[in-house]
Design a protein around this ligand. Structure first.
Ligand code: PMV
Length: 320
């Protein structure tokens, strides 16, 4: 039997991170330049039910039975097998490879989970809907994030730009005109659960102050949605700057991220902000196609360890 493989993209949050945990909207898009792959190969000589896992990027080569039940890879496997109602799967090896940097705001955790779920489901003869995959992956996200909003599993499962409000029906976003974003990786790993947890403590101590910041983020997101849907994408730059300033007020930024954001603006970006959990990970900048390479270079000179240039296209062009 040939190996069965599936992949899932990375993602960036364009607007609204953190406030989305508190019920405000956010906008996220898939990033196809980075990917997680899961490859399942049958092992007919091994005992039925035995599952061998190889994730060499993280130096993991073991049997599923050796992982604690709350390990994200174990939970992803157990939950997809259980959801499909399979009692004893045939023996297989699961190989996981990913080009998505860990703990960097590009959705690595959700992407690996979703690639695994799709590959294992296909191996077992099933096909899961985007909604099923997203719901299953949300449970695994809780291990990564503590109190995830669900935006990562949603945008990665659907592979479409999304306007996301926690616990509300998903709204995909109509992108009227393509626009280009440069992503800069600060190289600093920053687990999202920590920044989300710290912000929760500050919010508990002064809810009025933070609720007001979240409301302002919500307004930025609404305006951004309108501009994206109307094709007035050059207007998004100023909104990125505003969103970054609000994240700074929430103490979610860091000197390194601020430095990269400044470097992008100085290099000709129309606006820039941190993206994702903050305190490290990635920042994004809105660019014209003429300035994209120059801004990426400016970011590398300012200390970004990696950059990607990604174009957000009208929704029907997104899935190749
Ligand atoms: O981009 P990430 O995976 O670091 O996600 C962060 C998004 C937050 O809004 C900070 C948390 C969440 O669950 O939405």
């Amino acid at each position: 039997m040939p190996a069965i493989s599936a992949y899932a993209p990375g993602k960036i949050i364009l607007f609204g991170e953190h406030a989305v945990v508190y019920g405000r909207p956010a906008i996220a898009v898939p990033v196809e330049q980075v990917k997680a792959h899961a490859i399942v190969t049958a092992e007919p000589r091994n005992p039925v039910g035995s599952i061998h896992i190889q994730a060499l990027d993280i130096n993991l080569d073991t049997w599923l039975t050796n992982l604690p039940a709350d390990h994200p890879l174990a939970l992803a496997l157990h939950s997809v097998i259980e959801a499909l109602g399979v009692q004893q799967p045939p023996a297989f090896t699961l190989r996981i490879k990913s080009s998505i940097p860990l703990a960097a705001g590009l959705g690595s955790g959700a992407s690996v989970t979703i690639a695994i779920m799709r590959a294992v489901a296909a191996f077992l003869g099933f096909s899961l809907t985007d909604e099923q995959v997203s719901t299953l992956a949300y449970e695994v996200e809780k291990l990564h994030h503590g109190t995830p909003s669900g935006i990562d599993n949603t945008v990665i499962a659907y592979r479409m730009p999304v306007y996301y409000v926690r616990n509300k029906t998903l709204q995909t976003l109509h992108v009227a005109q393509p626009f280009t974003i440069v992503i800069g990786n600060s190289g600093i790993t920053s687990p999202t659960a920590l920044t989300v947890g710290d912000l929760r403590e500050r919010w508990l101590a002064d809810q009025a102050y933070y609720e007001d910041l979240f409301d302002q983020v919500g307004q930025v997101v609404q305006r951004a949605r309108q501009f994206i849907e109307d094709g007035e994408t050059q207007e998004l730059g100023a909104l990125m700057d505003q969103n970054h300033a609000l994240l700074q007020s929430m103490q979610i930024s860091s000197p390194e991220l601020d430095h990269l954001v400044q470097a992008a603006r100085a290099g000709g970006a129309l606006g820039a902000k941190l993206s994702g959990g903050g305190r490290g990970g990635n920042m994004i900048a809105l660019v014209s196609s003429a300035t994209a390479a120059h801004v990426a270079q400016a970011l590398e000179q300012a200390g970004a360890v990696q950059t990607w240039i990604t174009t957000i296209r009208p929704s029907h062009q997104n899935r190749q």
